[in-house]
Design a protein around this ligand. Structure first.
Ligand code: TYD
Ligand code: MG
Length: 450
């Protein structure tokens, strides 16, 4: 009789420990270890130890003769921008992971994709989360009524892989990986071993039959894929679905794509009849703008696309001696840094003020050139003075208060021109008549915040 051995596996990174510890030494996550039983098979030696290898010699081919996978068919969705994000559509035989917070619209987006693809291909939607009735209601609402669109409720990755392996379907949706369990493994659904092994099983079946598979993965609030970081390495494409769960814009971007660029982004809006792509996000974002103090228009980039967004700042007197800083859609550490630069390099006194930054429309700004706009918004609200309506702003702010260059200035300027702005307050390195060049934060604030 072999005694069952226990081990502890980090649910964030998959590191294995013999004993429980509070913090994973590999990924620094706290309280992430879960106990698992290792099924040891007695004293069975591995093939190498026995001096015999069970594998066979690989079949290899000349690279010259391989037909590139890009030449394979792609399943085109009804969303032009999403097709670009995917590199032209969902490639046959590819496995994609769609990751996002619960409630952001993953199931909705996939049902809409299914509706379109099922007009010409066999599609199977497998759900481990919702009943047939619930899925039917959504499908009806989204106008998915093709004969080729099928549904199955299952949480067994063995069954799902077997179904994929039958080759009956061109596209299979698995919603979601966190609900799947494999018969051979005893741990609960959603744990690292279940997610990895279920994922592997499905990927193997997909590759064997050239079936396109999209797997849904939930992410936790801080944006990490719940449990299965490992899954990101296994799949071909990782799509991140981000944004505000309640209204506002949502973005889909590829953080990994073996068959396309990762610079593109698709912008969506949730409506009564499902998700709609937003064709002109700048105009939509600026539509409700009222020019008050603390409001600055930033020319930023979402992937490869230039977008104008409004940055709003608010400042109130601190009540408890320790000033509070809050940012929505902007990195809080960056905000603290910019506040420090403002205090040190200009004469603004901010230590007695709570400061709030909001990026309008639920956008998340990840662009160094947003610095100047954030600084100007803060200065504007603190001074109670507006920035002229004709200006857009972009530029990075250095610790010395110097304004540094921003990449793709020409695209930002073109977008601003398109929307009727007359000037861009931008780094002096940009050569364009449209730009009023600035070099130093203090001078810029004195000149334009008035
Ligand atoms: P869902 O796609 O189920 O999110 P996820 O699969 O990522 O958890 O739904 C997201 C939200 O969208 C849900 O609260 C209901 C709403 N919704 C609409 O507003 N319009 C629609 O047409 C549909 C189908 C859903
Ligand atoms: Mg869902």
């Amino acid at each position: 009789m072999v005694k069952a051995r226990n081990q502890f596996v980090c649910q964030q990174c998959g590191a294995v420990y013999a004993k429980w510890v509070g913090q994973c030494a590999n990924c620094q996550a706290w309280n992430s270890l879960v106990e698992q039983v290792v099924e040891t098979e007695g004293n069975k030696k591995t093939a190498i130890e026995k001096g015999k290898l069970s594998g066979k010699k690989l079949d290899f081919v000349k690279i010259k003769t391989i037909v590139p996978s890009d030449a394979k068919a792609r399943l085109v969705t009804e969303f032009p921008d999403l097709n670009i994000v995917l590199g032209g559509g969902i490639l046959m035989g590819s496995v994609s992971l769609l990751a996002g917070q619960p409630g952001i619209g993953k199931s909705t987006l996939l049902m809409q994709i299914c509706a379109e693809v099922a007009k010409t291909h066999n599609v199977l939607y497998v759900s481990g989360e919702e009943s047939a009735g619930q899925v039917k209601l959504r499908a009806e609402r989204l106008g998915a009524d093709s004969d080729k669109l099928n549904f199955a409720a299952s949480t067994s990755s063995n069954d799902i892989a077997k179904t994929i392996e039958s080759g009956e379907f061109d596209l299979v949706i698995v919603d979601s990986i966190q609900t799947l369990a494999m018969d051979e493994i005893s741990s609960a659904p959603g744990t690292v071993s279940q997610v990895t092994n279920s994922g592997n099983l499905i990927i193997r079946a997909a590759k064997a039959t050239d079936t396109a598979v999209v797997i849904v993965g939930h992410v936790t609030k801080d944006g990490t894929l719940a449990g299965p970081k490992v899954l990101e390495h296994l799949v071909d494409v990782v799509l991140n679905f981000e944004g505000d769960r309640y209204g506002g814009f949502k973005t889909v971007r590829a953080v990994k794509n073996r068959f396309g660029s990762t610079n593109e982004v698709a912008i969506f809006e949730m409506t009564q009849d499902g998700l709609k792509e937003v064709q002109n996000p700048s105009a939509a974002l600026l539509a409700e703008r009222t020019n008050t103090d603390g409001s600055v228009i930033l020319a930023t980039l979402e992937g490869n696309r230039p977008i104008l967004v409004e940055i709003q700042a608010l400042a109130t007197k601190t009540n408890f001696g320790y000033p509070k800083r809050t940012a929505s859609g902007f990195d809080i550490n960056r905000l603290n840094l910019l506040i420090a630069v403002l205090e040190r390099r200009t004469k603004l006194k901010l230590s007695d003020k709570d400061i709030f930054i909001n990026v309008v429309g639920g956008m998340k700004i990840n662009d160094a050139a947003a610095d100047l706009a954030v600084c100007m918004a803060i200065a504007s609200v603190v001074a109670g003075r507006k920035l002229g309506e004709e200006y857009v702003v972009f530029g990075e702010v250095g610790l010395g208060g110097e304004i540094r260059s921003a990449f793709r200035a020409d695209q930002r300027i073109a977008e601003a021109k398109k929307l009727g702005f007359r000037h861009a307050i931008a780094p002096a390195t940009v050569r364009d008549k449209f730009v009023v060049p600035v070099k130093d934060l203090r001078e810029t604030l004195i000149r334009y915040v008035k």
